[in-house]
Write a protein that binds this ligand. Structure first.
Ligand code: ATP
Ligand code: ZN
Length: 524
């Protein structure tokens, strides 16, 4: 028994409570408060989440891939720790850039949008992004948009001007609370850059007022409205979609850090002026993918599309790893080296994921229904936890959760996966060379299932059949036989032949290491 003063007990109790709290509570950095806070949802056990999706006028690039992967994994993780998540992602299908492309292609805004929405789904499926619960589009939300503008007008936050309608930023006392910008400071910076000849400038009461509705120019696609034919501004569509699909206050509003100002600031001004309630409890922003220090962006033209990257042979799971090895809020540089490092990382995790398929039978695992305990294919693809019957929780899962609970620390979570995968790989080599493993088959099965579960939370899945086929393509015995042939060629001084065999094996993903004691090999 500890000989301790009562205050010492209180301290111990506090420490243990704190430890419990820090382990079990998800805490998130909230852009709005600039602090990391415990995650508390409006309704217990349920998360309403909205992500500002793409403007559909071109193919998605690696920057979009990062955003989509991060929010996909956030959603999976929230489900994993027991939340019911309703996840909405919009498509901006009304925009000057879509209109310009339609003009260039002698096509319509709708045709351009539809083409790139289709491409979006193709690309995201290749990256293993789970579909959102709904994908509202600006063109399908016209009633909600007009209703909101009308309410803003009625409450004195909006004013019509010659077919346009503007939001009066000075009416909203909290304008700037998300981005931390003050109108006065911005005013000083902007005064030299303002173009007083600009017709929009002349219609606005304040240069920072922004358009809620824009009158159509002759020949432009337009929608009827109480203010005349026109189309909505970009910011109002998200306010309307959030309200229509999720209600007045949601739990998580997500998007790239480039959207904090003005887009999200304006969304807050619009929605909160009408409802008088917070639009979102947590504002989360992913960092940018950069190229030579600059944001990868369609408008700057410094981008690589997802399809280009994958068509070059980069594994989609390596793209996921490239994204997940950085904390989601920090910027990351796109370089060939970074992709190569992610590819190496993926090979390691993949080997671990395939362990059960390669060695399960040899280890005498009880295969039960023949699915190695992974559940049916349908369950596997739908559930965030491949099989809820898994032997979870365990120490690995607890550690993973403890790490990730700290502001979605996915890179930290990955270290647990690498540890498991490397251990399984090591045991696989021992089994091949010595006929048995160091660790008991039961424990290995448990570790393997844990790895598959945690990898599933991060959306990392090996294409089981294709990959095992590849591995089965050259069995261990065949590899050993080729090494023997190479040895004979070397003894006969036929170095061309020995090099050919080495290259052939390398092409199959087998690396040879020569030493005094002979040739060792490993799969890459
Ligand atoms: N380089 C990037 N890195 C990370 N996220 C990005 C990047 N570019 C865009 N996003 C995010 O992807 C989503 C869709 O963005 P959007 O369609 O406006 O693309 P964009 O490339 O920024 O367009 P533009 O180049 O015309 O500004 C947003 O949430 C945005 O923040
Ligand atoms: Zn938005």
């Amino acid at each position: 028994m500890l000989d301790c003063h009562p205050s010492c007990f209180t301290l111990l109790l506090r420490i243990s409570l704190f430890q419990h709290y820090s382990v079990m509570t998800l805490t998130l950095y909230n852009t709005l408060t600039r602090r990391q806070e415990p995650f508390e949802t409006v309704e217990a056990g349920k998360v309403k989440m909205y992500y500002c999706g793409v403007t559909v006028y071109d193919y998605c690039h690696l920057g979009h891939a990062r955003a989509c992967i991060v929010w996909d994994v956030v959603r999976r993780y929230l489900q994993f720790i027991g939340y019911e998540v309703r996840y909405i992602q919009n498509f901006t299908d009304i925009d000057d850039k879509i209109l310009n492309r339609a003009c260039v292609e002698h096509s319509s805004m709708e045709a351009v949008a539809n083409r790139f929405i289709k491409a979006y789904f193709e690309d995201m499926a290749r990256l293993g992004i789970r579909e959102a619960d709904e994908y509202p589009r600006a063109t399908h939300t016209m009633n909600g948009i007009q209703r909101l503008i009308h309410e803003l007008e009625k409450k004195g936050f909006a004013y019509p001007a010659d077919g346009d309608v503007y939001y009066a930023v000075r009416q909203f006392a909290e304008y700037g609370k998300l981005s931390g910008r003050k109108l006065e400071d911005m005013q000083a910076g902007k005064s030299e850059r303002v173009n007083v000849e600009d017709p929009e400038y002349q219609k606005k009461k304040d240069p920072f007022d922004f358009a809620l509705w824009k009158a159509a120019k002759p020949g432009e696609t337009a929608w009827e409205s109480p203010w005349g034919a026109g189309r909505p501004g970009w910011h109002i569509e998200c306010s309307a979609m959030v309200r229509d699909r999720l209600g007045d206050t949601i739990d998580i509003h997500a998007g790239g850090a480039d959207l904090i100002f003005p887009h999200h600031e304006n969304e807050i001004a619009q929605s909160e002026a009408v409802t008088g309630k917070p639009l979102a409890r947590y504002w989360l922003h992913n960092g940018m993918v950069k190229v030579d220090g600059e944001k990868m962006s369609k408008s700057l033209g410094n981008f690589i599309t997802i399809r280009e990257l994958l068509d070059r042979g980069v594994n989609p799971m390596a793209v996921r790893l490239f994204v997940l090895t950085a904390q989601y809020r920090t910027p990351i540089d796109f370089t060939d080296e970074a992709i190569a490092a992610a590819t190496n990382g993926w090979h390691t995790i993949k080997e671990g994921l395939l362990f059960g398929y390669q060695y399960g039978e040899k280890l005498g695992w009880d295969l039960g229904t023949g699915d190695l305990g992974l559940g049916t294919e349908e369950e596997f693809s739908q559930s965030p936890i491949p099989n809820p019957q898994y032997p979870v929780p365990n120490l690995y899962v607890e550690r993973f959760q403890e790490i990730v609970n700290n502001d979605f620390n996915f890179p930290g979570g990955l270290t647990v996966l690498f540890e498991l995968a490397k251990e399984l790989r090591r045991e696989g080599h021992i089994l091949v060379h010595e006929g048995k493993t160091e660790t008991s088959p039961d424990k290995l099965k448990h570790q393997w299932q844990t790895l598959v579960t945690l990898a599933g939370v991060l959306g990392l899945e090996a294409e089981i059949e294709a990959e095992t086929d590849k591995i089965n393509g050259l069995s261990d015995a065949e590899i050993e036989a080729k090494i023997q042939q190479r040895q004979e060629a070397r003894q006969g001084k036929n170095f061309a032949e020995s090099d050919r065999i080495r290259d052939e094996l390398q092409a199959e993903g087998i690396t040879l290491i020569d030493s005094r004691d002979g040739t060792r090999w490993h799969r890459n």
